[in-house]
Structure formats: C-alpha cells, structure tokens
Ligand binder design. Structure first.
Ligand code: NAI
Length: 364
C-alpha cells in the first residue's frame, strides 16, 4: 500500500492536495502491482485537450513514498512552464517509479507493468527517459506502449543549442550585441549540457576569451582540457566567483543560493541546469544586484522541443527542430523587455507568461 502522511495524523491520501507542490494538478495517479513489484506515480499538472501532456519518467530511490510524490508533482509542474514558453501546446507531466526495496524484482517485468499503466491513460500522457531510466528500459516500454519517445538521441544536443542561443540573447540584452567573441564565461558542470555548451562557445569565443570550467569529476575536467586547451579549470567551489561576463550553471539544482549570490561577479547567469534558483527570492536578489538571470526552464527547453518534434513527425529533420528551437531566444527577448519595463526579475516574468498560457487551456 502507498503510505502518505501529508500533515495528517492518519496518512489520508486526499491530503495530497494540501501539499504546496500540488498546485491544482489535473491528475495524480498511483500504480501498484504486486506481481512485478511496480510502485509508481504519474502526475499530470496541466492538460490541453488538443495535445497530450509530456514528461519523462524517473526511476529513483526516495526516503519515503511522500518524497516520491512531491518530486513527481514538482517536476510535472516545471514541465508545464517549460512547454508553455517553448511554444509547445502540451501540458506538463511526470512519471516517477519508486525503486523497489525488495530483492528478486525482475526489472523488465516492472518496466513492462509501468508501460501498461501509461497505456491506461490512452495517449494523454507521453513519456521518455529521465534519471534512472536506461535506453534498454525505454526499448522495453516501447514494446508495450506507443506513448514513449526519446529514440532520436538528439535531445541533449538541442538542450545545449538552446542554452547557447539563450546566452547570446542575454549578451544582446546586457551588452547590446549577441557576439560571444572576446566575452568571458564560467561553466559549472561539464556533462552533456555544459560540455555541449562549451563545444559551441569555444571556437566563436576566439583565442582571447577566458573560459573557466569546473566539474567535481576531475577526469572529466582533464578530458575537456585536452580537447579544449584554452579553458581554465578552477575548483568547483570557485566557479561562481569568477570575474566573467556569463556564469553558466550546468550541473545540479540550487546553484543560485544565498552564498553564491554574494559571490557572483558575472553580469549574466545563463545555464542549462534545472531549478537553479533555490527560491524566487534568489531571483529577486540577482535582479537587485543588476545581474541578468535567464530563467532555466526557458534556456534548457531545447531537449523538450526535440522530443516533441519526434512525437509529432514520423521522421527526423534537424533543420525543422532547429527552427522550432528558435522560439527560445525569441521568448527570452520578450521576457527581458517586460523585465526591463516593470523592473521585475525575469524569472517572475517567465512564470507569469507561462501561467497565462497554460491556465488558458480549455478544461480537458
Ligand atoms: P550530466 O550528468 O551529463 O552532467 C552533469 C555534470 O555536472 C557532471 O559532469 C557532474 O560531475 C557535474 N557536477 C555535479 N555537481 C557539480 C558541482 N557541484 N560542480 C561542478 N560540477 C558538478 O547531466 P546533464 O545532462 O549535462 O544535465 C545537467 C543539468 O541540465 C541538470 O540539472 C539537468 O537536469 C539539466 N537538463 C538537462 C537536459 C538534457 O537534455 N540533458 C535537459 C534539461 C535540463
């Protein structure tokens, strides 16, 4: 049995709506299958009757069932914001599979059982791979359900392209030119997104540009240094304090917090990591320090644009995806203009814009 105790003495499941993360979700469903060991949550934040709701599936160990539910709610909500401002007319959703604590579970059976539950939603929920879901899992799901995407293997490339375009839009806003030549950068995290951003920046930034990089994985830093000899590696705890034009968080969440806000010397914060702000007040604090913050879910929407394209089209066309991703810098220009006019941080403007879009969807 799912056991929740969301501020209630008896663990009443209906109290989920009292969680701050609930935010009037359109649907929160629970799957529990003894035969396979499946225990999962599928949360749909907003639903547009014309288009399914999108959100990848995560497979993770949580301290409690309630933590898994909260994560599903937070992440599906984020997807609504991301999709709305990427110009995609889908609502946000998320699947969370609670990693089993017991031994003897056959993963393939569990994944199949999950995909069968996805089918019950009749194509109104489309999902793919997030943390903890392998390509093999995805292939297993696809054999059971048609509502699985993420087979073109190009989405991360478009995430990096979207971040790069966002950096240029921010440079235009702050310095009057989108040109990266001669600008300085500090990239936190050199994985798929940070490394991808570096590959796009390195040549155009030119030989004079200073590009500081950091990763907690020192082997990765060495590999990057060998490939891009002009980068300047710094310790992970020093990356946010570099004297640069752009600080780019591309690692985990929470890069913008009370400590880092005081240390950041960049004029622009623009990166691909999800949930960079620890809270809305952090965005306000950056704004007060006249640092332009590029809302993370706008900058990193390129991957979603790519998978949405995969869902809509029978074959892959790179130019078509690139064209759709141009929505990202266009949206940013509108956000920056409103932010300037109203003297409000771009993250609050972005939230407001997205809410206007998805709250306008007709009731499904
Ligand atoms: P990744 O796992 O390939 O790379 C993350 C890198 O950050 C790793 O090299 C890791 O060692 C490093 N790292 C972790 N903590 C660090 C720290 N404190 N300081 C410096 N480096 C640190 O992950 P990926 O795919 O590049 O994702 C990065 C961020 O972008 C995540 O927040 C992810 O949620 C977000 N994102 C990724 C998308 C994608 O298409 N891959 C799409 C949208 C968002």
């Amino acid at each position: 049995m799912f056991g929740f105790n969301a501020n209630s003495a008896n663990g009443d499941v209906t109290k989920i709506r009292e969680l701050p993360e609930f935010d009037d979700h359109a649907l929160v469903s629970f799957a529990e299958d003894e035969a396979s060991g499946l225990r999962a949550i599928i949360a749909v934040h907003r639903a547009n009757p014309d288009v399914p709701s999108f959100g990848a599936t995560r497979f993770w160990h949580y301290a409690s069932d309630l933590e898994g539910v909260k994560d599903a709610l937070r992440l599906s909500r984020l997807m609504s914001y991301k999709a709305a401002l990427a110009g995609l007319k889908c609502g946000g959703a998320k699947g969370v599979i609670l990693a089993p604590k017991t031994n003897g579970i056959v993963r393939k059976k569990l994944i199949e059982a999950y995909a069968a539950r996805v089918n019950i939603l009749g194509g109104r929920f489309v999902t793919g791979t997030d943390v903890g879901i392998s390509q093999e899992d995805l292939d297993t799901m696809r054999r059971v359900s048609r509502n699985i995407i993420g087979f073109n293997d190009n989405s991360t490339e478009f995430t990096a392209i979207g971040v790069f375009e966002s950096v240029k839009a921010a440079l235009q806003e702050v310095f009057g030119s989108p040109d990266v030549a001669g600008r300085s950068f500090a990239i936190q995290g050199l994985g798929k997104v940070g490394g991808g951003l570096l590959s796009l920046l390195y040549g155009p930034a030119g030989p004079e540009a200073k590009i500081y990089v950091s990763d907690i994985d020192l082997e990765r830093v060495e590999r990057i240094k060998a490939k891009y000899p002009r980068v300047i590696p710094v310790a992970p705890e020093a990356i946010d304090a570099q004297e640069v034009d752009v600080f780019s968080p591309c690692a985990l969440s929470g890069a913008i917090n009370k400590k880092s806000i005081e240390r950041i010397k960049a004029k622009i914060v623009a990166g691909g990591a999800n949930n960079q702000l620890t809270d809305e007040a952090s965005g306000d604090a950056l704004h007060a320090r006249k640092i332009l913050y590029v809302p993370d879910y706008v900058a990193n929407a390129g991957g979603l644009v790519a998978v949405f394209d995969e869902y809509q089209n029978p074959s892959y066309d790179r130019a078509r995806v690139a064209q759709a991703a141009q929505h990202i810098p266009e949206t940013l220009r509108k956000i920056f203009a409103e932010s300037r006019a109203e003297n409000i941080t771009p993250s609050r403007i972005a939230n407001r814009m997205a809410e206007r879009i998805f709250n306008g969807y007709p009731v499904a």
